[in-house]
Write a protein that binds this ligand. Structure first.
Ligand code: GDP
Length: 325
């Protein structure tokens, strides 16, 4: 299948073509890279409307159950839903989130949903980049709601925040411990918080957890949208509160479109991806340089021995590389 043919089929919503295009984007083979770049370029030009939603939370909180329920709600409302994931740990741990499609039974069988496991291996930045490109391909294929799952560990949120329009943080209400184990960065990246598993019959405790969270959130600076995240209750398993959650997300997406925040956010993200690509290329170039490779170990030795300051050493190497006076 040639490039034009593949992109045409992808644009028609052909899932096989989409899956193949994403495989090219994820491939490390040099001969696939040019084709992948051309596909992403074509996808970018289409500029199809979409809402990109990050979904995060600690393992076991119910992310995949919620995505199954929320995604089904969205397809029932006429949307086409793509589910992607960022899970840099998957190569190491062997078990990847979304690796097991049976965890999203309804969506996996839904003709209007497309579920793709996290690209495995590599750095967080590399995985995030490949997920971004997969997302653009999904949008070109007509998927207008993109759900990106990530495990809440702090760093992943920062990467997801460079991809999404809105972030949903999933939590479980516990007796007064709802803030425990949640790092500040995770809360700060959330536009909406949902307390899941509210089907256990402990209504009062869940309401209390929501109240505690709202109080804690009020002390944090607002998101760049100018708003503090709202806190909702839901049960991904029973479906209670899922329609309300979908409605809240749609409302926020509309709000940010109208205020111009959505565009600003996407523009800032594009600048960020460019700067990151420059920095990575510079660093890769530096470490690939033959002189630097020859001199770096010796310079490290000298720095360790205190013969030269770390800054003088860095300056010396950069000067050799041609990046300092
Ligand atoms: P993830 O690791 O965050 O993706 O969590 P999963 O979606 O795999 O859910 C972890 C466990 O919690 C599974 O056994 C689910 O069936 C269960 N679970 C998820 N959502 C709910 C819920 O709303 N209520 C209850 N009671 N269990 C749930």
């Amino acid at each position: 299948m040639n490039l034009n043919n593949l992109f045409e089929r992808l644009q028609d919503g052909d899932r096989v073509a989409l899956a193949r295009a994403i495989t090219l984007v994820e491939s490390a083979r040099p001969e696939d890279k040019a084709m992948a770049a051309a596909l992403v370029r074509s996808a970018l030009q289409l500029q199809r409307a979409s809402v990109r939603i990050g979904i995060t939370g600690i393992p076991g909180v119910g992310k995949s159950t919620l995505i199954d329920a929320l995604g089904s709600q969205l397809t029932a409302e006429g949307h086409r839903v793509a589910v992607l994931a960022i899970d840099p740990s998957s190569a190491r741990s062997g078990g990847s989130i979304l690796g097991d499609k049976t965890r999203m039974e309804r969506l996996a069988a839904d003709p209007n949903a497309f579920v793709r496991p996290s690209p495995s291996g590599g750095t967080l930045g590399g995985v995030a980049r490949r997920t971004r490109e997969a997302m653009l391909l999904c949008e070109a294929a007509g998927y207008d709601r993109i759900l990106i799952e990530t495990v809440g560990v702090g760093q992943n949120e920062a990467a997801v925040d460079q991809l999404t329009d809105l972030n949903l943080l999933l939590m479980i209400g516990g007796a007064g411990d709802s803030l425990q184990g949640i790092k500040r960065g995770i809360m700060e990246a959330a536009d909406l918080i949902a307390i899941n598993k509210t089907d256990g019959g402990n209504e009062q405790r869940n309401q209390r957890a929501a109240m505690d969270l709202r109080l804690a959130i009020a002390l944090l600076p607002p998101r760049e949208s100018g708003h503090h995240p709202d806190v909702l209750l839901c049960s991904a398993a029973s479906g209670n509160g899922i329609a309300r959650l979908a409605e809240a997300l749609e409302h926020m997406a509309q709000r940010d479109m109208q205020s111009g925040h959505r565009l600003q956010r996407r523009q800032a993200q594009s600048r960020w991806w460019m700067r990151t690509a420059i920095e990575e290329a510079l660093i890769d170039g530096f470490h690939a340089d033959a002189r630097i490779r020859a001199l770096l170990p010796g310079m490290e030795q000298r720095v360790q021995q205190g013969e030269i300051s770390p800054f003088d050493a860095a300056h010396e190497l950069l000067r050799l590389y041609g990046h300092a006076d």
